[in-house]
Design a binder for this molecule. Structure first.
Ligand SMILES: NC(=O)C1=CN([C@@H]2O[C@H](COP(=O)(O)OP(=O)(O)OC[C@H]3O[C@@H](n4cnc5c(N)ncnc54)[C@H](O)[C@@H]3O)[C@@H](O)[C@H]2O)C=CC1
Ligand SMILES: O=C(O)[C@@H]1CCC=N1
Length: 270
């Protein structure tokens, strides 16, 4: 069975590990994660899940077929420096925002293979939107393996590396924007008299169903919006309020601001 390692066992590593195990691709006993010694929460989360959890990185590399690099961008170099002497011929998958394949390939031995991925936290319920970019040494088999792992937790697209910052800003950060939207929809419902639990259920199912409809119908979202909007009806009034309050501008600006921040962080990490 596939042995998967995580250097950095935080929120995103836990989301991926849980999604991968739920899909049946491997078992917790085949997983190993590392975390900073002060980070009891990550270590406990992996142990309670049934995986091995350590405060050093070298065993993760030694014991794994594929190693996910899930530390914060400013820790990538330190963490890879720890393990580079035993990384010859190993396959690494980095999910760190803003860290390029070139930077990672320069740290690791020349025969290590690297793939860069941007997943998102819905991985935990096997509904991630992930993309990957293959590194210069990654083989067809590596690509197939990583594609299969990512497919087990949601959708996968192969992309060019120059798109990674706006992708990070859209789908990497996107769940946060949508959670705020769900909270706001529910708050609106509560303001108008709905019980809180019903309001959350309706808001989240509405977001999920709308995404599913766009994906499965292949219909332009503008047409789907028109289908909801009756002449002189209630939706038209709601939409007018959103337009008056610059809703589209706010969402476009969020993706722009997050992309620029990715670029800033990636500049600082070099
Ligand atoms: N949280 C998210 O939604 C997403 C995060 N990412 C990327 O995933 C990476 C991790 O992000 P999170 O999981 O949110 O962060 P986190 O702070 O929850 O996890 C970071 C983990 O790294 C560990 N760590 C710190 N120093 C270490 C070291 N020297 N060696 C080994 N482990 C060490 C920490 O103990 C912690 O377990 C980041 O690079 C981020 O850009 C990518 C997509 C989405
Ligand atoms: O905010 C962050 O730094 C990461 C990148 C994508 C999601 N979270």
């Amino acid at each position: 069975m596939l042995r998967i390692g995580f250097i950095g066992g935080g929120k995103m590593a836990q989301a991926m590990a849980k999604g991968i195990v739920s899909s049946g691709l491997t078992k917790p006993s085949q997983m190993i994660a590392s975390a900073h010694p002060s980070d009891e929460a990550s270590l406990t989360a992996f142990r309670e899940f049934g995986a091995e959890a350590l405060t050093e990185n070298r065993s993760v590399v030694r014991k794994s077929d594929v190693i996910f690099v899930c530390v914060k961008p400013n820790v990538v170099k330190t963490a890879l420096d720890d393990v580079k002497s035993l990384s010859s011929g190993k396959l690494f998958v980095s999910i760190a925002m803003g860290i390029t394949l070139r930077e990672i390939e320069q740290i690791l031995p020349s025969d290590s293979r690297v793939i860069r991925v941007m997943p998102n936290t819905p991985a935990i319920v096997q509904a991630a939107a992930s993309v990957f970019v293959r590194g210069t040494k990654a083989t067809e088999d590596d690509t197939k393996l990583v594609r299969n792992i990512l497919k087990s937790i949601g959708t996968v697209d192969e992309v060019s590396e120059y798109l990674m910052d706006p992708i990070t800003a859209l789908s990497g950060s996107g769940p946060a924007y949508i959670f705020v939207l769900i909270e706001a929809l529910a708050d609106g419902g509560v303001k108008m008299g709905l019980p809180r639990d019903l309001a959350y259920r309706l808001a989240s199912q509405t977001v999920m169903g709308s995404g599913k409809l766009v994906n499965e119908s292949g219909t332009h979202p503008g047409i789907l919006k028109d289908n909801v909007t009756s002449p002189a009806g209630s939706t038209a009034s709601g939409l007018h309020h959103l337009e008056k309050n610059n809703f589209r501008n706010a969402v476009i600006g969020a993706v722009e601001a997050a992309t620029l921040r990715c670029r800033e962080i990636s500049g600082n990490s070099q």
